[in-house]
Design a protein around this ligand. Structure first.
Ligand SMILES: CC(C)(COP(=O)(O)OP(=O)(O)OC[C@H]1O[C@@H](n2cnc3c(N)ncnc32)[C@H](O)[C@@H]1OP(=O)(O)O)[C@@H](O)C(=O)NCCC(=O)NCCS
Length: 184
């Protein structure tokens, strides 16, 4: 497996990446990219020249996962979005490799901070299904992972939980925010 700039000229890679986005999010975030058209739109958006898009591919060029980022605060703060690994290939270090390569690419563009929001619409953490107001930060400090929400994957890559938007996806369905400083 290698990480490469997304092969935007390759129609097979585009179809594979879009299909993978839909299937990777289907279980816990079914509304995110419900069909191929929605996923293709997201992918084309990520391939805009001011953004970053990388793919993990196998020896046959098959897309195993992909990741995107866009500048959000000038060129210093970048938002990671989206990240998806083929469900059949999760747990092999592909997500970790994609994040590491993206960080390198963002740094090369002048990025200082990489951040992301990760929704919890499915009771995956202790922040879902409860009223986080008024003591939002207390809930945040005692966050627990109940169903392998990916916030813990990001923590393993050095990201810190920096915030939560209560009810972002409806009452009791928050968006959890993480960030990492890219330079020392
Ligand atoms: C989250 C995701 C990108 C992780 O990719 P992956 O290739 O399976 O992860 P890796 O194999 O690189 O795992 C790296 C480490 O994170 C851990 N990890 C991976 N997913 C995890 C999860 N959901 N919860 C807790 N830990 C997780 C692994 O156990 C591994 O730990 P280790 O370093 O102690 O061995 C992938 O599971 C995925 O695409 N999920 C569906 C979509 C999604 O959640 N995207 C991110 C939304 S913001």
């Amino acid at each position: 497996m290698i990480i490469i700039p997304f092969p935007a000229h390759d129609p097979n890679a585009i179809q594979q990446a879009a299909a993978l986005l839909t299937t990777a999010f289907a279980q816990h975030w079914p509304k995110a990219w419900p069909d191929l058209d929605a996923a293709l739109e997201e992918l084309h958006d990520c391939l805009e020249p001011d953004k970053l898009c990388l793919a993990a591919v196998d020896e046959h060029g098959r897309v195993l996962g992909w990741i995107g980022a866009q500048p959000a605060y000038g060129l210093t703060g970048w938002e990671l979005h989206p990240l998806a690994v083929d469900p059949a290939r999760q747990g092999e270090g592909i997500g970790r490799a994609l994040v590491a390569s993206l960080e390198e690419a963002v740094r090369a563009r002048g990025g200082v901070t990489l951040f992301l929001g990760s929704d919890d619409e499915d009771g995956m953490t202790s922040l879902a299904g409860v009223d986080l107001y008024p003591e939002v930060t207390r809930h945040l400090q005692s966050i627990r992972n109940l169903k392998r929400h990916p916030y813990e994957f990001y923590q393993k890559q050095g990201y810190t939980v920096v915030g939560v938007i209560p009810d972002a996806n409806g009452i009791g369905k928050p968006d959890i925010w993480l960030a990492k400083r890219l330079i020392s």
